[in-house]
Design a binder for this molecule. Structure first.
Ligand code: PHB
Length: 372
């Protein structure tokens, strides 16, 4: 049981950036409804990361949920998923410093807890309409009096997700984006109520959880975290203390779930056993969080089953495997071979590598090749 929903099994579709939003306007494209509906046998679909505002955007061609056009397009997606019997949450995303003036309204600077440049490059659209990588710039530190406006962006997006008929929302507090930049000590040098001790660094996250509760009810809100993650130049000096606190305090809200990027994802993706510290981190979050825990990252059928058996998670989310196998739960159930995923078509483009991965039924010729 997840919030008000009875789930048929424990296999979740992880949020996956696919960079195929229609331009201009970052509107979910006409293929998105097909892509998600093909994957409706997931116990829960979590949408690709979806910016809550223009300020929240960090990559070319990702969808938003702040304009009327976007809400109307998402409505077609959720309708297709519901018709296929699925359940879908919208992942609410503000990238903070992982952006560039080229992606911001009026070419403004990206915002962050502190004015610290991330290592790496932003993905923008160049003058020829192609994707291009360009070095990050120094972000602007948010003023204290802007903080309510950040919370308001989440509230507006959460209301839009309700209007778009999603089944719930996931607050993206992982992978080095805005909320994670506040939570982790390496990116937060503030000396006000939002910086310093962990109670302050997590303040924005809890303000957002509390602001969204009247919109959705706690049992249709999930939160995603990535303890010990390294994506987007993020670092915390004491991840056990930080994320132990986050998990413990989130337990007080009776949320739909907590979604953790597997701290051992790197090792498990390379076919190795989790290192003891990463596994210890996962077990600490498990112990501190009393509700449903989704774990994502680096799992196959065997390791996923093991984590469920050991009680280290209640549900397992699959990204790359779900992208390449629209009927992944059935394939796992019967031990069928999996389609391999094609990294060259993860981001951008059209049907290829998006809606053309076959299901077992399509391979047998029982179903047409495409839903478009
Ligand atoms: C990405 O677009 O590459 C991306 C988005 C959200 C994440 C991680 C990666 O959490």
């Amino acid at each position: 049981r997840l919030g008000p929903f009875n789930l048929p099994h424990r296999v979740v579709m992880a949020p996956l950036t696919r960079s195929r939003a229609r331009q201009p306007g970052n509107v979910p494209g006409s293929l998105a409804a097909c892509y998600y509906a093909q994957r409706a046998s997931a116990a829960l679909i979590i949408s690709e990361a979806t910016q809550i505002s223009m300020q929240g955007q960090g990559y070319a061609w990702t969808p938003g949920i702040h304009s009327r056009e976007q809400v109307e397009a998402w409505l077609r997606v959720t309708e297709a998923v519901h018709q296929a019997g699925g359940l879908m949450f919208c992942q609410l995303w503000h990238v903070g410093r992982i952006s560039h003036p080229a992606l911001q309204p009026d070419n403004m600077l990206p915002v962050a807890p502190s004015a610290i440049i991330p290592a790496g490059k932003a993905f923008i659209e160049n003058e020829r309409g192609e994707g291009a990588l360009i070095p990050f710039v120094r972000p602007r530190a948010l003023d204290l009096d802007e903080m309510p406006y950040v919370v308001a962006q989440y509230v507006r997006a959460a209301k839009n997700a309700l209007a778009a008929n999603f089944d719930g929302v996931e607050i993206h507090a992982a992978n080095g984006y805005l909320l994670d930049q506040f939570i982790e000590s390496g990116t937060n040098r503030r000396t006000d109520a939002y910086g310093g001790p962990v109670e302050n660094r997590t303040r924005l996250l809890f303000e957002i959880v509390e602001a969204l509760t009247p919109v959705w009810g706690p049992d249709r809100i999930g939160v995603r975290i990535s303890p010990m993650g390294k994506m987007n130049d993020i670092h915390d000096d004491d991840p056990e203390a930080t994320f132990g606190h986050v998990a413990e305090r989130l337990s007080e809200y009776e949320l739909a779930y907590l979604h953790m990027v597997n701290p051992a994802v790197e090792q498990m993706q390379n076919g190795k056993d989790p290192d003891p510290r990463a596994l210890g981190m996962a077990k600490l979050v498990r112990k501190q969080f009393k509700g449903n825990l989704i774990v994502a990252g680096g799992f196959d059928a065997e390791s996923g089953a093991r984590w469920l058996r050991e009680g280290w998670g209640d549900l397992i989310a699959f990204g790359r495997k779900f992208l390449a196998n629209p009927d992944l739960p059935e394939r796992l159930r019967i031990g069928a071979p999996l389609n391999a995923d094609d990294p060259s078509s993860y981001y951008g483009g059209g049907e290829k590598g998006y809606t053309d991965y076959p299901s077992l039924a399509q391979d047998r010729g029982d179903q047409p090749k495409s839903c478009v």
